[in-house]
Design a protein around this ligand. Sequence first.
Ligand code: NAD
Ligand code: MG
Length: 404
Amino acid sequence: MTNGRRMVSVLGSTGSIGVNTLDVIARHPRRFEVFALAANSSVDAMLAQCLACEPRYAVMMEEVAAESLRRQLPATSSTEVLQGEAGLFHVVTAPQVDVVMAAIVGAAGLPSTLAAARAGKTLLLANKESLVMGGHLLMQAVRESGARLLPIDSEHNAIFQCMPVDGVATPSLKGVSKVLLTASGGPFRNWSIAQMRGATPDQACAHPNWSMGRKISVDSASLMNKGLEFIEACWIFDLAPDLVDVVVHPQSIIHSMVQYRDGSVMAQMGNPDMRTPIAYGLGWPDRLASGVAPLDLVATARLDFEAPDEQRFPCLRLAREAVTAGGTAMAVCNAANEIAVAAFLDQQIRFTDIPVVIEHTLEQVSIVEPTTLSVVEAADAEARDLASGFLAEVNNHVSPVNKI
Ligand code: NAD
Ligand code: MG
């Protein structure tokens, strides 16, 4: 904290969540100061962000990108460029840092997210994959260090807002009977399996309500995003899987709900704009202006609900089975999904092959207890090898029109 301002490190600053986070921060210059920005390789975007926010540090994961950024920053800049995991570790654990926005995409976010939790920071968690992989470790780190975890994923942020005010630990003891996780259904909500077989990456990324990075957009189309969020909800709110129901709500106005034993259902509503949960996390327990337009219920006119179809969207079933299997099954499910999504975006497999790759990988591995970060990373690496091997085998032996 300097001059009463909270110091924030934004990991994944050039991505969709990162850009929205900087938008909210820029609206409150007296409350927040950007300590560090971190991204993978997008130098141009990072340079522009450094010039606008003047962070103490900018971290680039790739060496070439770090060098290029160093060269392009003006000599007068006070930003120091760091590189790689060591740089990331420094900007999440530095004593000056109050808040870490964890918005790296995928498993790559786990070590830095865990380091922020272990350092006792206020952890704004967008990187759901880190919780899916290492939920046990992450929640333990939060408990032991006294870190505060505030969920940024819109559904979990909504659940957090609807939970009893006196804390979210062991919700069933506070009269909570169910958590209702809403899903938009994604761009293929009404598509047949045959139609989805021919879906292109651009069609999968054309989400009807949200503008997001490509990986999470494909996950939303396959409903794996809801599967990952199902696991995420179990970890954050300490819920048994049978206490979480998924409800398809195509308008994405209700971001999730909590049902109580007296029949009450609390819902959090708002326009689908990530700046609302980001502002909630940054300001908590205060409410900050976020730039999000007020909800116009008359223009919205109707809110629809339907049950999810696990025949057409098997990823949801696979994620539920992984949480029930426990241990490293969730890390395996996540890793196989990341490989399959990358292959789909690269047009190596069809959209409908994504669950096939995940199921095949889950069948091949043995599940162990995720006691340390290395155990989780080993399970992640094994699953990536198996999923990639499966894809290579299929590509070598079967005609491209009928691959899996
Ligand atoms: P994105 O693809 O738009 O951005 C990803 C960011 O991570 C970029 O800044 C990129 O440079 C950085 N990055 C990628 N690989 C990295 C690596 N190996 N090391 C360090 N940085 C790396 O993704 P996004 O849509 O902003 O999503 C980020 C995370 O937030 C994901 O876990 C996603 O599931 C979650 N999330 C996103 C949304 C959304 O609306 N976009 C909503 C809820 C949750
Ligand atoms: Mg979400």
